[in-house]
Design a protein around this ligand. Sequence first.
Ligand code: TYD
Ligand code: MG
Length: 454
Amino acid sequence: MAKSPAFRCSSCGAESSKWAGRCESCGAWNTLAEVQPLSEGPGKRLGAQRGSALALTDLASAEPPPPRRTSGVAELDRVLGGGLVAASALLLGGDPGIGKSTLLLQAAARFARGGLKVIYVSGEESAGQVQLRAERLGLTESPVRLAAATNLRDILTTLEAEAPDLAVIDSIQTLWLDTVEAAPGSVSQVRAAAHELTVFAKRQGIAVVLVGHVTKEGTLAGPRVVEHMVDTVLYFEGERGHPYRLLRAHKNRFGPADEIGVFEMTGRGLVEVKNPSALFLSERGEAVAGSAVFAGIEGSRPLLCEFQALVAPSPMAQPRRSVLGWDGARLAMILAVLDSRCGISFAGLDVYMNVAGGLRIGDPAADLAVAGALLSARHEQPLPEGAVLFGEISLSGGLRPAAQAENRLKEAVKLGFTQAILPRVRKQQGGTDGLRLRQITDLAAFAAELFGDG
Ligand code: TYD
Ligand code: MG
């Protein structure tokens, strides 16, 4: 029988079966400590001493659904599942510098103006720095109360006394508990602080928003360890150098996950983007080789975006496959399907794939747009003018219908597209007047029809 790991690093959380002076995972010294099992296992009994009996209830409850408070920022409220829920804990994760503090200060101000009592605790910046930002954002008149603190004991004492409706903690990595012997930002501290705050939120009936940085190197404990403790996890994403920011619901106990909100970072803070499709296609000129417009769905909303491919002879024995904004493994799969089902090989060719605007797409229906961009780049021949594409490609080379086809087509009509290339669907799509539907059964037929391959 496999024995469970007996030592855990207090800095990074890595587990190990034997003790060592230095953690193999993060390199910290003297951090490995023996893990004490919670239960002695089936051999040992709890003994004669009883706990108190739990009160059991039925599934049907007389309690009304949790009341929600809206901020008035539609992009934020939708991602929250219709507004902020009292007595809940929310985690906002994202790369440093992406705009988490800016978003939360703006949201806090909107909630405060809507009548909520809001406290913003900054552990990263001084009150003066936050005030400067508030000035830049034109929020100085908002009744948000500020504090700069990192000691969780002090923060909880303050929150208990003030009893706000909403508390923003920026960020969870700066907090420390005097009961935990580890540096702020370590897994033990982050986990303990998140636990205290979550329990506090439920007990006091306040909504707590925690900020967490994700670092690619993993040197700071990422908010991943906190994800299962909180009710809602939102990620704030975007590429540096692009002004667009996406707020994405990753987990939501009070609403749909995978919902997105789109913002633009301007000189005066974040501005809602009401029509993201128009924004993500705005820099597109005439149809060029290697460009395909994907009619996608993000959350409950259609989103049109552009996939760009570049294919060039490779000087290397192992050609490059580089993807930005999409899944690299899926690109490899489509290249393999093109090779074995359609006889179109990309051997000896470097392939670069990019989603314009710094967007990240997870919708599997993007397969056909990717294949279209790849074939178009390889043949140096643009896809038909005014065409959108979508459809999932299976390993057999067949095309599978995508969810919410009608919404995708409607959005394409709205943005002036004239044709859609999509998998064969059984029922007639409504509301797509003026759009020519080119329904295709498999990838080989697609390559043959558009580029004369095969
Ligand atoms: P910030 O909210 O501090 O990021 P985070 O809390 O995620 O680390 O945002 C930092 C970036 O946002 C910074 O590079 C400057 C930019 N920014 C603007 O472009 N406009 C603004 O109005 C503000 C406040 C920030
Ligand atoms: Mg910040």
